[in-house]
Design a protein around this ligand. Structure first.
Ligand SMILES: [Zn+2]
Length: 161
């Protein structure tokens, strides 16, 4: 079994989108987030993030918790899959106190999302209110630990050609 560390390639447009969404809630000091879409090349161990989506109208954004609008997220996921072929590979959320460390609740949620999506390596972005640098985590099913993944911001279209 492959134990090599994955590397994540994040499209530049994703950073712009995240920045906009964080700016939108910045003064309210609440968490925001949503789903991550992309491609997961199991063979080469590389993960590509093509899109991130906001949480939707009915998302719950609070001081120390975030819950996405499930209906909206599913709808957006299907739309992007149909149009671009990218699929759901994880979730992102922010911490208004700028900590990029995961909480116990975050850890439980990462493990449960990974357990419910065994086809792909699920990834999780935790960002402060400055959106950069953020951290990307993944649950390693082999050693049962949360690990931080290295990433690079790039234009993924060039890499996927
Ligand atoms: Zn959190």
């Amino acid at each position: 079994m492959c134990v090599e560390m994955s590397k994540v390639y994040v499209d530049k447009s994703v950073i712009e989108y995240m920045k906009k969404e964080i700016d939108r809630v910045h003064d309210k000091e609440i968490e925001t987030g949503g789903i991550i879409l992309g491609r997961n090349c199991e063979k080469e161990n590389d993960i590509f993030i093509s899109h991130i989506i906001d949480g939707g109208h009915n998302a719950q954004r609070k001081k120390s918790s975030f819950k996405k609008d499930i209906k909206y997220s599913k709808k957006m996921e299907n739309r992007i899959l149909k149009k671009y072929g990218f699929y759901y590979i994880g979730e992102w959320h922010t911490h208004p106190n700028n900590s990029t460390q995961y909480s116990l609740m975050d850890m439980e949620s990462m493990i449960s999302i990974s357990a419910n999506n065994i086809g792909y390596k699920m990834i999780f972005i935790i960002s402060g209110n400055n959106y950069k640098p953020f951290k990307i985590y993944s649950y390693n099913r082999i050693n049962r630990k949360i690990e931080e993944l290295p990433y690079e911001i790039t234009e993924i279209e060039k890499l996927l050609k």
